[in-house]
Structures are given as C-alpha cells and as structure tokens.
Design a protein around this ligand. Sequence first.
Ligand code: NCD
Ligand code: ZN
Length: 344
Amino acid sequence: MTQITIRRPDDWHLHLRDGNMLQAVAPETARHFERAIIMPNLVPPVVTGAQASAYRDRILATLPEGSRFEPLMTLYLTEDTDAEDLARAHADGLIKAVKLYPAGATTNSASGVKNFDTVRPVLEKMAEIGCPLCVHGEVVDDDIDIFDREAVFIDRILDPLRQATPGLRVVMEHITTAQGAAYARSGGKDLGATITTHHLVINRNAMLVGGIKPHYYCLPVAKREEHRLALRKAATSGEACYFLGTDSAPHLDGAKLSACGCAGCFTATNTLSILAEVFEQDGALDKLEGFASLNGPAFYGLPVNTGTLTLTKGDPVTYPEKIVTPEGDVTVFDPMMPLHWRVD
Ligand code: NCD
Ligand code: ZN
C-alpha cells in the first residue's frame, strides 16, 4: 500500500499552553487535526467554566485564517472544584471532560488532588451528567519507584475510585504499561485509554543510553521495551477502548536542557507520519483510522469528522527540527527512524 485515506483525525490529549507558545504551536496541530482535547494545566490552571471559555477564545484567535480546528475544552479538577459550575459548563457544551492530576505528579500539577475522597461529590456529579474524567494515572508516593507509579495507581487509586463511582466515564491518559493496556481493555464501555505517539516509538533506553536525552523525558516516563510492545499491540489492535492522545507537550529548549529539565515531548508536527510508519511496521495500516479518527469520537459521543486526510508513501519526509517562538525554540520529537509517509 502506498496511499491511505482516513477520516480526519483528532487528538484526545494535547497541551497548547498560552501566549507566545500557544501562538507558535497551535498551527502545528490545526494543520492535521480537526479537534483536540485541550489540557488545562496552565499556570494558574483552568478551573472554572469562565476560564475555559476565555482560554478557548485565546486558542481560536491564534488559528490560521480558514482553520476549522475545534478546541475541546477541559477543566482542571481541584479539591475546591464547584460541581455546579462544572455541570453548567458541560451542559453548555463548553467543556468535554475534566482532568484529574494527582498533586505533584507532573508539569503544573501543584493544584491537583491530594485526597481523592474530597472530590467524591464532584465525581458523582460527573457520573450523573455523563462528563468523562481524564486521569493522569500515577501515584506520587516517595516510596514508589517512578517506573512503577502507573501500575500502582491502577490498584490503589483508579480501581477503587471507579468501584466507588459507578457510571463514571474515565479515560486513562497516556498509558505507558502493559498493566495500563490490560486494565483499559477490561473496563467496559465506561473506560477508555489514550496512547501517545512517542510511547509507541521509544522505551526508556532512548532516554538513558549513550548519554541522557532530555527530549525523550516525559511523564509518565517511558518504560521497558516489553511495555512499549504492549502499547503497540493495543494501539494497532483496533479495539475501541484505545485512541490517540499525543500528549504533545511543548517546552522551550532551555527548560528541557537543564539540570532539572521539564517533562514533555513535542510531537504535534510529525505525529501522523510517525503513526503511519508505526502502523505499517506492525502490518496494521488498516487500523490507523480507528485509532486516530474513530475510537475517540465514539468514546466521547461525538460525531466522526466528515473531512479526510491522505498519507502517501515515498522518499523520507523531513520536518523542521524546531519550532521557533519569541522566547526560544521548541524541539520537535525525533523518532530516530526515517519517516516515509507524507501528509498530503
Ligand atoms: C505534560 C506537560 O508538560 O504539561 N508533560 C508530560 O511529560 N507529559 C504534563 C502531562 O501530561 O503529564
Ligand atoms: Zn499531558
């Protein structure tokens, strides 16, 4: 096969930031994607409907003329979240989900949840109104090794939380382990999981062998090869519970290349070429559309996009190494393999 046409894809987990960074990175996603779930971990975070509405306007203002890109907004769950404000924003169609960060788990998560019992009434409201909860699934306990934090989160927090709140729809964001893939598969119609592009490509060696490579550091951190292979199997399986959430997370190079570097891989620019390469390697090009364009809308109860996107195979395609912002550069994820699929 040398050409493939799929329904226009969506990104179910994206960081666009704000200000100059937003201006620089929004077109990178809008070029290929029709919609994206926009992460609310700004500083300060997007916690109210009014803030989500204002942020949505700022995103729309950065889009190139004629762009049809639709940002799907989320709220950042805190221990002070107002359930009524949340329900109103959801009923108005302004927000499509709420994001749960365990406090301290990742970039800009300080306002996240420490005691999961405090948010129980909000979660019950969300179950009642059918608003999905997007979960950053890592425990933050000092005694848990960073490579085990996802698996422990499933046992200690996620499974009890789901048992206690029947009907709550949950997306396990950016799963990175075989345990995450297995739990997502076992959860029935109320459970889904996003998988990033980069976790299909790198294992932890990419980050640590031959010198430390900050551009491959993200959270949840890439795991052993056996986990990457489990994620590849899940993503290319066509199963409805798995869909694309790139977690494209831009940071200025100065903040990445530092003694205490930020977590995040910026993949918006070349994600679709990488995905086509990955799915072809696994003999699953026919499953790319499900993963990138169909399973996500089905989970979120949204229509599939009407437009299409065509990828053509040929000589290796190149992408810019960096996206330039007035404050500095953002390095585009290097998949360490030639990419042969060009987005037409
Ligand atoms: C994300 C960011 O930079 O905001 N970083 C990351 O490594 N993925 C936060 C997140 O999704 O965990
Ligand atoms: Zn993220």
